[in-house]
Design a binder for this molecule. Structure first.
Ligand code: ADP
Ligand code: ZN
Length: 598
């Protein structure tokens, strides 16, 4: 107990030290700005920050115009016709200050403008240079005291979202639930009068890039309420004791500006199961406990809805999911064909396209892509079109963008020796030939040995079908085509390389999933074991069971590998042809490939 108290005291001391330093920095910044602005007095249009605050306090300010991302503001005083410009140390703190003043009954008109040019950035950089230097100096001082890398203080971001449901494509059913939440936020009294309880927390579950943040912002935008966001991982990095206090502050802030949306991204970072162990984990527990306290502690009058995003809801501590906490879940799936087309339409807006571009056919080619990837492809295509001086975005630009986003950038500069080239050619030809002999794998789109990203080459498949179920046959054949690269190296070149490492990794994962996720193994039967959710589950089932799974994985992989080798041996002439052509041209289209293996 004593030890703990001491620790807590130390923590508090550290916090005071940091607060003191921050105050110092602010004073220094204020002084610098004062000097910078007063040295420019010849224009006589500027107002020092300290004066600005004075004028605000005296109620002399009529309106303030801010530019997003800039600390330069335009101030109009009540008794003057000319506008003055001033520099503020922090836009967020400033907005809060104004908001407080307005709440107190002061009439200040605050206008926020979008940034218009690089110019402003440079302007700010130069005027703030001394301040930046000072801040750097202080950071260095921190480091010297050994507080440096843990002393980062994050602040929740508060914004007014301009995003609406029109910016969210697809997700029609999910939108229905979102509309309900917007209703709560807009007319809470109607619900209270009826005796209904407003939902406190809504969990948005889905893969990264499926639009969870977008949805949270759209709900805030539609309801026209502020949006406070923070990421779970930001709580974790905080140094001892701060995680919980940040959660408290986040909600304090939310209560002040309610009705509002609080968005916690990556909630699994703080909300995963509590453990009894000490150290970093108990720190984590404190943060989670604080979150639970806050969720329970809302007054009925406060209309705050907490949206939290995660890709792994099953990892979350059950306490988080109890009634009154995150008792609603919205699952956000990958977009289907219509969804993808709708997402592409939204992100195509404002972009110039060649006449023969067909968004529907792009949507058909991108099964399994997230909304973020689709948005990314169109943006990359616009960049590629600009670089290539095209009049508009062409189909080829989109193809290139697709590869850049999914596989990585072409690396023409990487020097590839003839020996490597031959190895890659046989490896990729191996995938392609083996796949061409398998009913579920034969839709090949392109084979290439041009290095991209980390891959030395790639075999692309057509993905023009939305699949809700994958059959056992398809998974087995996938294993065979994954091992086709290694098989070709072995048989054609009588040696094997590290190039197959990723294939083998993916194949092993698929085999494991087939056995313990989908119950597809003959010997183990229908069974589901989630080792990620509960690492002890396997232990519980007994050592023998673990051994049996291992043995089954090995059997499946060995079987697939020997089938791949057999297919290679039976098609050696085709393999040579495709490998030769690859060495010569580096890339083979679907049509060319079909021609070669006829
Ligand atoms: P998440 O929070 O799930 O990781 P985001 O909301 O950050 O995903 O999505 C990233 C970007 O992807 C969005 O800003 C948007 O441009 C695009 N996007 C994702 N889903 C959609 C969608 N359904 N409609 C329109 N754009 C989308
Ligand atoms: Zn491979």
């Amino acid at each position: 107990m004593k030890e703990d108290e001491k620790k807590q005291n130390n923590k508090n001391k550290n916090i005071y030290l940091i607060i003191a330093t921050i105050v110092l920095i602010l004073i220094a910044a204020g002084l610098t700005i004062y000097f910078v602005t007063s040295s420019n007095k010849n224009e006589n249009q500027e107002i020092a920050y300290t004066d600005l605050i004075k004028e605000i306090n005296n109620g002399n300010v009529e309106s303030i115009e801010m530019t997003v991302g800039s600390t330069s503001v335009k101030v109009k005083l009540k008794n003057e016709t000319e506008e003055k410009t001033g520099i503020i140390p922090s836009t967020q703190a400033f907005i809060e200050l104004i908001q407080n003043k307005v709440e107190e009954g002061n009439e200040i008109h605050l206008e926020q403008k979008k940034q218009n040019a690089f110019l402003t950035i440079f302007e700010n950089l130069f005027t703030l240079l001394p301040t930046i230097l000072l801040v750097i100096l202080f950071i260095m001082l921190f480091k010297l005291q050994g507080l440096g890398d843990k002393g980062k203080v994050y602040d929740a971001e508060t914004t007014k979202s301009k995003i609406t449901f029109n910016d969210v494509a697809g997700l029609d059913e999910e939108k229905q639930e979102m509309i309900e939440i917007v209703d709560f936020l807009k007319n809470p009294d109607r619900f209270y009068e009826m005796g209904a309880k407003i939902p406190r927390g809504v969990l948005l579950c889905g893969k990264p890039g499926t639009g969870k943040t977008l949805i949270a912002k759209a709900i805030a935008g539609e309801a026209n309420v502020p949006f406070i966001s923070m990421s779970g991982s930001e709580f974790i990095e905080m140094f001892a004791g701060l995680g919980a206090s940040r959660v408290r502050k986040l909600f304090e802030k939310a209560k002040k500006i309610a009705p509002c949306i609080v968005f916690i991204d990556e909630i699994d970072a703080i909300g995963s199961r509590r453990t009894s162990s000490s150290g970093a984990e108990s720190e984590n527990n404190q943060t989670l406990n604080q979150l639970l306290v806050e969720m329970d502690g809302f007054d009925t009058e406060e209309t705050i809805i907490v949206l939290a995003a995660t890709n792994r809801p099953e990892m979350l501590d059950k306490a988080l999911l109890r009634p009154g906490r995150f008792d609603r879940q919205i699952n956000i799936a990958l977009p289907d064909l219509n969804g993808r087309e709708a997402i592409l339409k939204i992100h195509a807006e404002g972009k110039k396209f060649a006449k023969d571009i067909n968004l529907r056919s792009i949507a058909e080619d991108t099964a399994g892509y997230t909304g973020a990837e689709l948005a990314n492809i169109l943006n990359e295509a616009a960049i590629i079109a600009t670089i290539n001086k095209h009049k508009a975005i062409t189909n080829k630009d989109i193809e290139d963008a697709n590869k850049k986003v999914t596989i990585g950038l072409e690396k023409h500069s990487r020097i590839v020796s003839d020996k490597d080239k031959k190895l890659t050619a046989y490896h990729e030809a191996g995938h392609a030939i083996v796949s061409s002999q398998l009913e579920t794998q034969k839709d090949i789109k392109e084979v290439s040995i041009i290095p991209r990203g980390v891959a030395g080459g790639y075999t692309m498949y057509k993905t023009n079908e939305d699949k809700y179920y994958v059959s056992k046959t398809e998974m087995e054949e996938k294993l065979i085509s994954l091992l086709g690269g290694r098989a070709a190296e072995k048989i054609a070149l009588n040696d094997i390389s590290t190039g197959a490492s990723n294939d083998i990794e993916v194949a092993t994962q698929i085999a494991k999933d087939m056995i313990i996720k989908y119950g597809m193994s003959d010997s183990l039967g229908p069974i589901y074991i989630d080792t990620e959710k509960d690492p002890y589950e396997l232990q519980m089932l007994g050592e023998k069971f673990g051994d049996a799974i291992g043995a089954e994985v090995k059997i499946m992989l060995d079987d697939a590998y020997s089938k791949a080798q057999k297919l290679i041996k039976n098609n050696m002439d085709k393999l040579d042809k495709v490998a030769m052509r690859l060495m010569e041209k580096e890339i083979i289209s679907a049509e060319e490939f079909q021609e070669l293996i006829k």
